[in-house]
Design a protein around this ligand. Structure first.
Ligand code: HEM
Length: 193
């Protein structure tokens, strides 16, 4: 499959997200809904990225193989969705004033989101062949940051989520999905040793 498909898919996802939120959300909650949805999609994309090798193992189709081969781009778009989430928060909730974040009662959970965003940023700028060559073994180590980033995002969103992560059952579903993925990965790596 062609490379352009992955970019087209994310372009469509972006447009759909914006218009669906605009249509479905009450006007007075539009910004919050956009913030929550972009953050939530970013979290779901991280879970998808982690499960792609398992998808290929259990359902080896041209689509799953294609998605795995485009994992780098999916990661870059994950960062872009998280960056949009942060930018909307920074502009609309905090009026571009970093002190308002640092003095907020939720500063701990906001900062954990900030650290996760930094981790995604580091992974994004090293998602190219040049960085793979330059960093050698450290490249893989650096990209293991996806796991601490995921943990930070879970703590961040479980504590301050206003829409999706306010729902107890959605939290449980997300946790169970992550647990299954990690257990399957652990089992797979033990088997291949
Ligand atoms: C990798 C980076 C990040 C990801 C993946 C992420 C993800 C999320 C998720 C999934 C939610 C819960 C949405 C909901 O269920 O309603 C959330 C909420 C929130 N995040 Fe983040 N976040 C990130 C970074 C940040 C940063 C850096 C800030 C600001 C400093 C921030 C501010 C907020 C705020 C204010 C909320 C509560 C409002 C809401 O529910 O949307 N996030 N985030």
């Amino acid at each position: 499959m062609k490379k352009i498909y992955i970019h087209a898919a994310f372009f469509i996802l972006f447009i759909l997200t914006y218009f669906l939120v605009k249509i479905l959300s009450p006007q007075e909650r539009l910004i919050t809904s956009l913030v929550s949805t972009f953050g939530f999609i970013s979290l779901i994309l991280i879970i998808i990225i982690l499960s792609l090798p398992l998808f290929v193992k259990y359902k080896n189709t041209s689509l799953t193989r294609y998605l795995l081969s485009e994992r780098r781009w999916i990661g870059i778009y994950t960062f872009i969705f998280a960056l949009i989430h942060f930018s909307l928060v920074f502009y609309f909730f905090f009026g571009l004033d970093i002190n308002k974040i640092l003095n907020n009662k939720n500063r701990l959970y906001l900062s954990l989101g900030g650290i996760a965003l930094l981790f995604l940023f580091l992974m994004t700028i090293t998602s190219n062949n040049y960085a793979v060559r330059k960093l050698g073994k450290n490249w893989k180590r650096l990209h293991y940051l996806i796991y601490p980033a995921l943990v930070l995002i879970l703590i961040h969103s479980f504590n301050i989520g206003l829409i999706y992560m306010k729902n107890f059952w959605l939290k449980i579903i997300v946790l169970i999905m992550i647990l299954i993925i990690i257990l399957l990965k652990f089992y797979k790596s033990k088997k291949s040793k």
